[in-house]
Write a protein that binds this ligand. Sequence first.
Ligand SMILES: *[C@@H]1O[C@H](CO)[C@@H](O)[C@H](O)[C@H]1NC(C)=O
Ligand SMILES: *[C@@H]1O[C@H](CO)[C@@H](O)[C@H](O)[C@H]1NC(C)=O
Ligand SMILES: *[C@@H]1O[C@H](CO)[C@@H](O)[C@H](O)[C@H]1NC(C)=O
Ligand SMILES: *[C@@H]1O[C@H](CO)[C@@H](O)[C@H](O)[C@H]1NC(C)=O
Ligand SMILES: *[C@@H]1O[C@H](CO)[C@@H](O)[C@H](O)[C@H]1NC(C)=O
Ligand SMILES: *[C@@H]1O[C@H](CO)[C@@H](O)[C@H](O)[C@H]1NC(C)=O
Ligand SMILES: *[C@@H]1O[C@H](CO)[C@@H](O)[C@H](O)[C@H]1NC(C)=O
Ligand SMILES: *[C@@H]1O[C@H](CO)[C@@H](O)[C@H](O)[C@H]1NC(C)=O
Ligand SMILES: *[C@@H]1O[C@H](CO)[C@@H](O)[C@H](O)[C@H]1NC(C)=O
Ligand SMILES: *[C@@H]1O[C@H](CO)[C@@H](O)[C@H](O)[C@H]1NC(C)=O
Length: 750
Amino acid sequence: MATLTLLILSFLITLTTPSLLNASLASSSQTDNPSIPQTYIILVKPQNFNFTTQAARDNWYASFLPNKTINFIKSRLLRTYSDAISGFVANLTVQELHQVERHPSFLTAIPNRNLRLLTTHTPAYLGLYPSQGFWNLTASFGAGIIIGMLDSGIHASHPSFSHDQAMPDPPPQWKGICEFNYTGACNKKLIGARSHTLWKDLKSPDDLFGHGTHTSATAAGAFIPGANLLGSANGTAAGLAPLAHLAMYRVCETVMFCSTDAILAGLDSAINDGVHIISLSLGGPSYPFYEDVIAIGAFKAIKKGILVSCAAGNDGPFDTTVGNAAPWLLTVGASTTDRNVRATVKLGNGEELDGQSAYQPKRYNASSLLPLVKGSNNKDVTMYCLPETLQSINVRGKAVLCFGDNSEALDTGIVVKKAGGAAMIFANIIQNGYTTMAEPHVLPASHIDYNSGVQILSYVNSTANPTASIIFKGSIFGVTPAPTVASFSSRGPSYRTPGILKPDIIAPGVSVLAAWPFKVRSESNRLTNMNFNMISGTSMATPHLSGIAALLKSVHRDWSAAAIKSAIMTTADTIGNDGEPIKNELHEPASFFDFGAGQVNPLKAADPGLVYDLTVDEYTSYLCGLGYTNAEVEVITGTNVSCDEIKKISEAELNYPSILVIVPSEGIEVRRVVTNVGEASSCYKVKLEMPEDLEVGVEPEMLQFTKVGEKQGFTVRIKAKSSGLTNAQGSLKWVSDKRVVRSSVIVSTK
Ligand SMILES: *[C@@H]1O[C@H](CO)[C@@H](O)[C@H](O)[C@H]1NC(C)=O
Ligand SMILES: *[C@@H]1O[C@H](CO)[C@@H](O)[C@H](O)[C@H]1NC(C)=O
Ligand SMILES: *[C@@H]1O[C@H](CO)[C@@H](O)[C@H](O)[C@H]1NC(C)=O
Ligand SMILES: *[C@@H]1O[C@H](CO)[C@@H](O)[C@H](O)[C@H]1NC(C)=O
Ligand SMILES: *[C@@H]1O[C@H](CO)[C@@H](O)[C@H](O)[C@H]1NC(C)=O
Ligand SMILES: *[C@@H]1O[C@H](CO)[C@@H](O)[C@H](O)[C@H]1NC(C)=O
Ligand SMILES: *[C@@H]1O[C@H](CO)[C@@H](O)[C@H](O)[C@H]1NC(C)=O
Ligand SMILES: *[C@@H]1O[C@H](CO)[C@@H](O)[C@H](O)[C@H]1NC(C)=O
Ligand SMILES: *[C@@H]1O[C@H](CO)[C@@H](O)[C@H](O)[C@H]1NC(C)=O
Ligand SMILES: *[C@@H]1O[C@H](CO)[C@@H](O)[C@H](O)[C@H]1NC(C)=O
């Protein structure tokens, strides 16, 4: 049986640190000394008996441990689980682990690992306005729905959470608790808060980092007028589901340290407490699903109808980087919005180039041109503005041109200011293209795209005394093209399940304004709790989807997690605000591996007409089809499974709302089933938009429904006209007089 290792998952916020998916980094903390106990998550076969008390459960799991009679053994059983898995966490030597493996009910041991953590404007941008369309009282703003956030904790006294006057009471079946050490932290908005970290001094669900406060407010923060960052982007902030309840499960000790045993404990509590939606803005290196605690724990959530929304990762724009890709998860990538907080660079030759900065100094004199210098003598544009290189250049009182990864802009500003620079022009390196961010810089600054950076570089090269200044223009709306896929957003295909199109969806994840526990770059001494910050990452995109899922769940209480996912995916937008297909960070047409189904459109998702539903049994057939052993499938499903006795299906056969196939020369048939969730009597006709090198037919071409809940199947026949086809993309649409139900289709030849 496989012996696996616990991972550290991380927040998927853009960080200045190396790749989150660097497995060698994650495992480097493991010691190889077999006599030193290591932490393992032990999964055991589900039992046919029920534990009546916690002590009974602990005793049963302690019976797996050797040496249980000696004194310290009790401390080796660190925690037990009830809902997310059948199993426990223990510190064991390699020798002790071998003893545990001999128990007849042992399934697998996963070494504990570490993962890392990864808006006034966005709800309106997504078409959600008070008393208009879907986000009106009919949809009830997510009332009655509980969103469980697994994150760094929450700043409970922020008005986004403390203003609960408009909130209904928590649903009666709610079982969660509030572990804050003072009364009044929880209310009708924040109905539960726990900490699952094992470090005793961090047993509080209070947020010391900001990440969990920001994601929680994005999902379900209250309406807060006058939200802004340093005066920028001023407006009314609200979460996507402003009347949904929040429950925080702190699973991260720091932004960089979220241990898998704590994440599993958070999932365990959330499922047991009765949440409806789980939001996970964290991730790490990808593992097969039977070693992936998020995939394992989330499967039990899906069984109870809980939708699990997860960040896709910040390892774009490179292929095959998408994480949290199990088909029962909603995998969320990040996009830009049509808002810029503009900081235009003006060069000595009169040229003007638009960039961004959330810091818009009022007293900065834009008519006064500063001497402009390159922050490095290095020819490599990725090596600009390191502290040591700035020492060799006189930057005092000058505007400094820096190139770097867009996640490094804020920190680079600190470096430039320290070296005496008066202003910074931060240009993206080539792979970040046009993805710029508005951030609370510590000096007058502008974050510009790569092409503008190159233009400024050639100006600096071409003249003896280059000069520049920055014109601060405040918030600009209607920027085109938008949305675009953010450069950092992780891309498909999935390494672990290449036959399922991932990510599923994109949502705003660049310069998202939301609640923050501390004052950002305080300019006044006024004490206030009205703090907001703009941060970026697939971490920020994920709670948008968690909030939207809560809106859908509040009006469709009987929908499964798969049905909600399908509604979100088949109604997504694939056209940007320039009227052209959504673009990537280079402003080229994006691939479906960049955005999956497209940009979420909550208005349309509320009324999808048809859904592609999925049952737990179908996921089990899919897992057997992946070639997993019975034990590996059991680890995930938490049930006894014999793959020989059930139907195995291929990835393409899973009733997913998108289609990804490799076509042999003789062609292939893909079957799907749709369920009518629109009017009882409705009729849909197929519409295919396929590239010319494909021959595609659908049978039948018309679906006629007479009942709500009625299911109808259809078959898609795909044949390639030529060989050597790679990732040809098209759309399969079911069109009625009211609706379009769209699936992304990607086809390659063997
Ligand atoms: C992973 O980290 C190791 C050591 O920290 C480094 O040598 C390696 O280049 C990194 N790999 C990637 C893909 O970032
Ligand atoms: C368990 O092991 C981990 C690392 O192997 C260690 O950090 C932790 O302190 C141990 N816990 C106990 C209670 O012994
Ligand atoms: C699963 O099978 C094991 C024997 O392999 C048995 O002890 C256990 O009761 C079964 N569990 C369930 C839920 O049927
Ligand atoms: C265990 O409890 C569940 C739910 O309370 C119940 O459905 C099941 O029948 C119980 N199983 C046994 C073996 O008592
Ligand atoms: C049990 O503990 C004793 C002493 O503490 C140790 O020598 C022995 O190896 C342990 N047994 C196992 C299976 O680890
Ligand atoms: C609210 O939405 C419903 C449809 O979801 C619509 O019929 C109604 O007119 C809307 N109300 C307002 C005030 O816009
Ligand atoms: C409550 O917890 C905070 C940490 O979140 C800590 O700083 C404070 O001292 C605690 N207060 C009490 C009374 O324990
Ligand atoms: C934000 O807008 C509100 C209402 O329009 C206004 O009262 C407030 O002064 C503004 N705040 C800033 C910092 O501009
Ligand atoms: C701004 O700079 C220009 C050019 O140096 C100068 O003429 C002007 O007086 C300055 N304005 C202020 C308000 O300092
Ligand atoms: C600027 O000059 C450097 C040499 O100093 C050269 O390597 C680089 O290509 C030039 N860049 C542009 C955009 O002209």
